[in-house]
Write a protein that binds this ligand. Structure first.
Ligand code: G3I
Length: 421
């Protein structure tokens, strides 16, 4: 009884909070992704007859058994739970793909893969070969395409679909790619030459995948993180200060990349613009998406969603997605993780995951959004790019890779509350 009353009280308080957020959508009160400090610490539901496993945060009864609803969920996997809704993806580094324990868990739970680093330009471009092949390579850079074979065949053999990440990005793209002699200190090439190199790079990446592993790559992050009004003074809010693409080609580089990607991608392969902190740059993103969509060059917006437990899913994700989708694009959540702030808990994190999946499922089923996939950025906490923040769905313990409360949240277990604090 005591527990029921506590839950009712928490629910009543939470509806009040949610109602407030819903009349204050993203455009006016944006929530930062993973940049906010934790200021609001949730009260826990009464835990007189349940507590959490301290390592995983998973709800367990006092006799150590996973609680009823969570236990029932153990016979279902994430990809099964959302089989009729959207694809469920995970970013993997190559070594985890080759590790039977990690890849076993990945194959059990997920049906979409993104390579964490191995398909980025710095992994694909071959500087030695580019220099050696000059002058023929001047506008036709040499790529190490065979490195993709083990990756794409893993996906093909296991029936996994892939998000190609990423073709054009200011980061993890070497400076030598932009110079006359392919050395880091060389003079920069002209805009025209760089556009030829860009087209060649995009053509080689897309056609290698499609010719050798048809149907595996279902979406490409064509351009990544090009919008940042705080990183320069471009009138459209494009990033300028640390972007060689902007420096050599100018603001046209974004549309050029999509034009080339459309030219070479097979019909039905979706072209995405991908970015972080989307709630903080909705007007700039909408302008870009509208321009590209009007020209038939783009299919989707990838919202990275590197979040923290202090973020409000309603603002940082839901209203932002609804607003961006007004431009006519589909949405994917491409790099989801939710860091646990210092004064927060794994239990709160599980609630955030539940709110996010619940809202996305509802938006998909009601037709408010067209969501292609939700991808978590990493398999387990200790191998996350945010290693101290316990941001993912699984953790490594002495018993192996275990589900966290966050996993039960993503599965929408009924004994985890879908509440925003
Ligand atoms: O490959 C080198 C290795 O040779 C070297 O010995 C080692 C020493 O530190 O570094 C290795 O490179 C690291 C690389 O990951 C591969 O592990 C880089 O230092 C490290 O900076 C790089 O971090 C990646 C980061 O992108 C770089 O921008 C993260 O793993 C990856 O998770 C992260 O992913 C990005 C998305 O692509 C775009 N959105 C943001 C997201 C998180 O930052």
């Amino acid at each position: 009884m005591k527990r029921v009353l506590s839950l009712l009280l928490i629910l009543a308080m939470s509806f009040g909070l949610l109602a407030c957020q819903e009349v204050n959508p993203t455009a006016t009160t944006p929530a930062a992704e993973s940049t906010e400090t934790v200021t609001d610490v949730p009260a826990s539901p009464d835990s007189s007859d349940t507590e959490e496993n301290t390592e995983t945060g998973a709800p367990v009864s006092t006799d150590g058994v996973v609680t009823d609803d969570s236990a029932a969920l153990d016979s279902v996997t994430l990809k099964e739970r959302y089989a009729d809704t959207f694809m469920i993806g995970c970013a993997l580094p190559l070594d985890l793909m080759k590790n039977p324990i990690s890849s076993g868990l990945f194959l059990e739970q997920f049906n979409s893969i993104t390579m964490e680093n191995e398909m980025k330009p710095d992994a694909m471009l071959n500087q030695t070969a580019c220099i050696k092949a000059l002058p023929a390579s001047y506008t036709e850079p040499v790529l190490s395409l065979s490195k993709l074979d083990s990756i794409l065949s893993f996906a093909q053999e296991n029936g996994i679909k892939m998000r190609g990440h990423t073709l054009v990005w200011h980061s993890q793209t070497p400076k030598w790619f932009f110079t006359e002699d392919y050395t880091a200190n060389g003079a920069l090439v002209s805009k025209e030459v760089m556009l030829q190199r860009m087209e060649s790079y995009i053509r080689q990446m897309i056609t290698y995948c499609e010719d050798n592993y048809p149907g595996v790559v279902y979406a490409w992050d064509v351009v990544n993180e090009a919008v940042d009004p705080d990183a320069g003074n471009d009138p459209n809010g494009y990033r300028t200060v640390d972007s060689m693409w902007y420096k050599v080609v100018g603001p046209d580089f974004i549309e050029a990349a999509f034009t080339y990607a459309r030219k070479y991608a097979a019909e039905g392969v979706h072209l995405y613009y991908n970015d972080y902190n989307c709630s903080l740059k909705v007007p700039q993103l909408k302008a870009l998406l509208t321009k590209l969509h009007d020209k038939g060059l783009i299919d989707g917006m990838g919202m990275q969603c590197h979040l923290s437990t202090s973020d409000k899913i309603a603002n940082a994700v839901y209203y932002t997605a609804v607003s961006l989708a007004e431009t006519g694009v589909m949405i994917s959540i491409t790099e989801l993780d939710i860091g646990v702030g210092e004064s927060s808990s794994l239990e709160t994190q599980a609630m955030k995951y539940k709110v996010l999946f619940e809202r996305m499922e509802e938006a998909q089923k009601s037709g408010k959004l067209q969501i292609e996939s939700i991808t978590v950025w990493g398999l387990y906490d200790q191998r996350s790019w945010r290693p101290g923040e316990q941001a993912l769905l699984f953790t490594k313990t002495e018993n192996g890779l275990e589900k966290k409360a966050a996993w039960y949240g993503a599965m929408q277990a009924s004994d985890i509350l879908a509440i925003e604090w």
